[in-house]
Design a protein around this ligand. Structure first.
Ligand SMILES: NC(=O)c1ccc[n+]([C@@H]2O[C@H](COP(=O)([O-])OP(=O)(O)OC[C@H]3O[C@@H](n4cnc5c(N)ncnc54)[C@H](OP(=O)(O)O)[C@@H]3O)[C@@H](O)[C@H]2O)c1
Ligand SMILES: O=P(O)(O)OC[C@H](O)CO
Length: 332
């Protein structure tokens, strides 16, 4: 059954009623996630088309009649895509959903900020959560978050995408939702290294747990709400992505621990591992604004080939001793 958002006083919408509210959805990007998001919308009875820069349809006609446009391309293309969409004269009623997990290398903006700056009058919604596309494509149950300052837009996307296999929660914190999904990619690289070096369950638990205050510090700095990081788009995605080989970011770290070269690992993956770019952008921001990000800093140095995986572990273990309490304004 497809239901509306959660409060107990909110009535459940019967499936027959929900079917009357189907949407015209255009998904931008025909990669792993774009394809999965197109299938999910299609299987709910929506009218769906998928646009890719390599495909036959032009962007303007692909988005012309859309109620909802879902951007699911790699971070490196988001800024240019936003400009292209601007010339495509998107209707102001069209809801723009971003499902990309990354930071813009030029401006450090999140995708939702890029779309917000380019389309000030359109509703912008972030879709983010523990959503490994291979499991979604295998129709295994999953949950996610649609976050927006526009409550109605989030509820509309929730209604369009919710199914027996894809449970969707709304949130009022788009920046927090997308930062959870973005920052965990860097941590997944670190956890891949940890497993690749066979450092054990204690080390992995310590790494994932210590990642949380690090993600919180960046999130608070960028205007996110703390509690969002303890939900599906934060802790949930961190756990899913650090769990093993379905994550491409984890596989980057695992490969580095085996002594493989970064370029070779990325070539072998053949698809996007956003944590690599995110680590660079994050460290630029952390250096500029004085944000302590010890785990990301070691990942960044490892990706640049400045240190070995073993040195990264040593550098984290031998840091100055301190209390555990998470101070969001900590200096180290
Ligand atoms: N896969 C997942 O499990 C998953 C789940 C949640 C979120 N995400 C996020 O979704 C985003 C896409 O991931 P993915 O797994 O779909 O990656 P992918 O399989 O590597 O596909 C990337 C897509 O982005 C497109 N693209 C890349 N650069 C572009 C540009 N400059 N202009 C237009 N399109 C461009 C690619 O087009 P071409 O094919 O033409 O290169 C392709 O359609 C990432 O931010 C990822 O973190 C992924
Ligand atoms: O394969 P990854 O590491 O890009 O992770 C995919 C999704 O972000 C998991 O939610």
């Amino acid at each position: 059954m497809v239901t509306s958002s959660a409060p107990s006083e909110t009535p459940i919408i019967p499936l027959s009623e929900a079917l009357k509210q189907m949407a015209r959805v255009t998904v931008l990007g025909a990669g792993a996630w774009g394809t999965a998001l197109a299938r999910l919308a299609l299987s709910n009875g929506n009218q769906v088309q998928i646009w890719s820069r390599r495909g036959p349809s032009d962007l303007k006609s692909a988005v012309a009649d859309a109620d909802i446009v879902v951007s699911a391309i790699s971070m490196k293309g988001v800024s240019a895509l936003a400009s292209q969409l601007q010339t495509a004269a998107l209707k102001t009623s069209t809801i723009l959903v971003t499902a990309t997990k990354g930071l813009d290398p030029e401006t450090t903006r999140t995708p939702s900020k890029i779309f917000r700056d380019t389309f000030p009058d359109n509703p912008i919604v972030v879709l983010s959560g523990p959503n490994l596309s291979k499991e979604i494509e295998a129709q295994l149950p999953a949950a996610t978050v649609v976050a927006s300052t526009d409550v109605d837009a989030a509820a509309r996307v929730q209604q369009v995408y919710s199914s027996e296999m894809f449970r969707i929660y709304t949130s009022p914190d788009p920046v927090g939702a997308e930062l959870g999904g973005t920052l965990k990619n860097v941590i997944a690289i670190a956890v891949g290294v940890c497993d690749g070096l066979k450092l054990g369950s204690n080390a992995k638990a310590a790494l994932i747990t210590r990642a949380i205050p690090e993600m919180l510090r960046v999130g608070v700095h960028m205007g996110a709400q703390v509690e969002t990081f303890y939900g599906l788009s934060g802790l949930g995605d961190l756990l899913a992505t650090c769990d093993g080989t379905l994550s491409r970011n984890y596989r980057v770290g695992y490969g580095l621990a085996q002594g493989k070269k970064l370029d070779d690992i990325l070539a072998e993956l053949g698809s996007t591992a956003e944590g690599v770019n995110t680590a660079h952008v994050l460290i630029d921001m952390a250096n500029r604004d004085g944000i302590p990000v010890p785990i990301a800093r070691q990942v960044h140095r490892l990706l640049r080939g400045v240190i070995t995986p073993q040195e990264a572990v040593g550098n984290l273990m031998e840091r100055q001793l301190k209390p555990e309490a998470c101070d969001l304004r900590a200096k180290n």
